[in-house]
Design a protein around this ligand. Structure first.
Ligand code: TYD
Ligand code: MG
Length: 481
């Protein structure tokens, strides 16, 4: 039987079907399936894989050294990478178009080139002049960087083969690179996969670090690219809200380091600047003594980040009330509303609920539950929360407040930024060890969510006297008000 010459590939999840369909059965995407020519593999088809070379089998135990690193010199970037670039490793940088991927990579490439490494920046999206103009704007025009504008994989591979001692190659972007043996258009799954495979092979055999830029589709998947995610050593996303200046570099996969680290940058007129103290940035525009606002003491990776959670309740116009969330999980909000109603007697069923994490930051931790509940309860009571207090803790379905990881780091950051109180779960961790409180910070242990609701609505929390430190915190709040 003749082999089929075409197959149908979903451009969003990479699923392959023998027939075209309007909807992908695998990911549910509409109009994502595209016909692609089947790659004709050389060599005998259908034969069992015989005649190979025997590979050596070794015991698991043995000597191995940690991966060597080349720090880029941009601390926020290096932290996400786990200390720097690993030679012969491949990094995929994803993000929405226009978010600043080319900008950060040009800055990183220039910095690395300035420290003596041989760096090649290959742009398939922009002409040489455009890249030069950007370099001028970024103030890195003098960096000893080798620049090329190319899209044909054959040309790029030949160029790379001809260079010696390359440290880093940046391909901006993988969606523009194409291989002439494939019929599909650049940017399709087949092209992206084949081109990436070839570039990765080169990086591994020649020992240079490779950075591939990948655009993200509107659903948030890298175009072509769950197919790419498993092929590369590390995947970073560059995120940010349009209209906000700050950008976050987030690790989602890293074979050589932790994945939950973030790097924070601010987009300025002359490129991306590192933000060493993100909490101060996120809280910069906060106005104290407004109801519906609470400061969440969060942790991203090893890094504490304080952000403001805002809630607004508006009378519902009838029908089912609106639940609009920016920067948090809407399912989690529904759960919290149900707990507030059922366990704490705070009914918001007749109100539209708007929840916003200020500054465009996206919070993924369950530890934000208590801060969100505080913002909601404060909005419902129309009474501000303590402006000098931070909140963290996970809320369970019975309304109990649970301990979360890295409480000490959260408290330290809050104290550093001048907060004098923290609402948190009972301070005994699983190991029975009490938490140490930083100097000047009072703790209010919230055992059950109803205590929080009672306090924010003006009642005394039931069955729980205030500690001396807490009284101090309350006094300072009343003094400030
Ligand atoms: P860019 O790096 O081209 O985004 P991507 O490669 O992810 O598509 O960044 C484009 C945006 O960044 C553009 O809207 C302008 C803005 N920008 C600045 O604000 N300041 C700068 O110094 C630079 C170079 C870009
Ligand atoms: Mg770009």
């Amino acid at each position: 039987m003749a082999r089929p010459t075409a197959r149908y590939v979903c451009q969003s999840c990479g699923a392959v079907t023998p027939k075209w369909a309007g909807k992908c059965e695998s990911c549910g995407g509409w109009n994502t399936i595209v016909e692609e020519a089947v790659e004709q593999r050389p060599g005998p088809a259908g034969k069992a894989a015989v005649g190979g070379r025997r590979v050596a089998l070794v015991p698991l135990k043995g000597s191995s050294e940690p991966a060597p690193r080349t720090p880029i010199g941009i601390a926020e970037f290096d932290r996400v990478l786990g200390g720097g670039l690993v030679p012969a490793s491949v990094l995929l940088l994803g993000g929405d178009p226009g978010i600043g991927k080319s900008t950060i990579l040009l800055q990183a490439a220039a910095r690395l080139a300035g420290s003596g490494a041989k760096v090649l920046y290959i742009s398939g999206e922009e002409a040489i002049e455009q890249v030069r103009l950007r370099a001028l704007r970024l103030g890195v025009a003098d960096a000893p960087l080798s620049l090329a504008s190319a899209t044909a994989l054959r040309d790029i591979a030949t160029t790379l083969e001809g260079e010696r001692d390359i440290g880093l190659v940046v391909i901006d972007s993988i969606q523009t690179v194409w291989l002439d043996t494939l019929d599909s258009a650049p940017g399709t799954v087949a092209q992206v996969r084949a081109c990436a495979a070839e570039l990765i092979r080169l990086a591994k055999s020649r020992g240079f670090a490779l950075v591939l830029v990948g655009h993200v589709t509107k659903e948030g998947a890298l175009a072509g690219p769950r197919v790419l995610e498993h092929m590369v050593d590390a995947v970073l996303y560059f995120e940010g809200e349009r209209g906000h200046a700050f950008r976050i570099l987030r690790g989602v996969k890293n074979r050589f380091g932790a994945t939950d680290e973030i790097g924070v940058f601010e987009m300025t007129g002359h490129g991306l600047e590192e933000v060493a103290n993100p909490s101060a940035l996120f809280l910069a525009e906060r106005r104290g003594h407004v109801s519906g606002s609470a400061v969440f003491a969060g942790v991203e990776g090893t890094r504490p980040v304080l952000v403001e959670v805002q809630a607004l309740l508006a009378p519902s116009a009838g029908g089912s009330p609106r639940r609009a969330v920016i920067g948090w999980d809407s399912g989690r909000l529904s759960m919290l509303l149900a707990v507030l109603e059922t366990r704490c007697g705070l009914s918001l069923a007749g109100a539209d609920v708007y929840l916003n994490v200020a500054g465009g930051f996206r919070v993924t931790e369950p530890a934000a539950d208590l801060a969100v509940a505080a913002a909601l309860a404060s909005a419902a009571a129309d009474r501000p929360t303590d402006a000098a207090m931070v909140f963290f803790g996970e809320v369970g379905l019975s309304g109990e407040v649970r301990m979360v990881a890295q409480a000490e780091a959260r408290l330290k950051e809050a104290a550093k930024l001048g907060f004098s109180a923290a609402a948190l779960p009972r301070r005994v961790g699983g190991n029975g060890r009490a938490l140490a409180l930083p100097e000047g910070l009072a703790a209010w242990e919230v055992g059950h969510l109803s205590d929080l609701v009672a306090r924010l609505s003006g009642d005394r929390p039931s069955g729980q006297g205030r500690s001396r430190g807490e009284r101090r915190a309350v006094a300072s709040q009343e003094g400030a008000g």
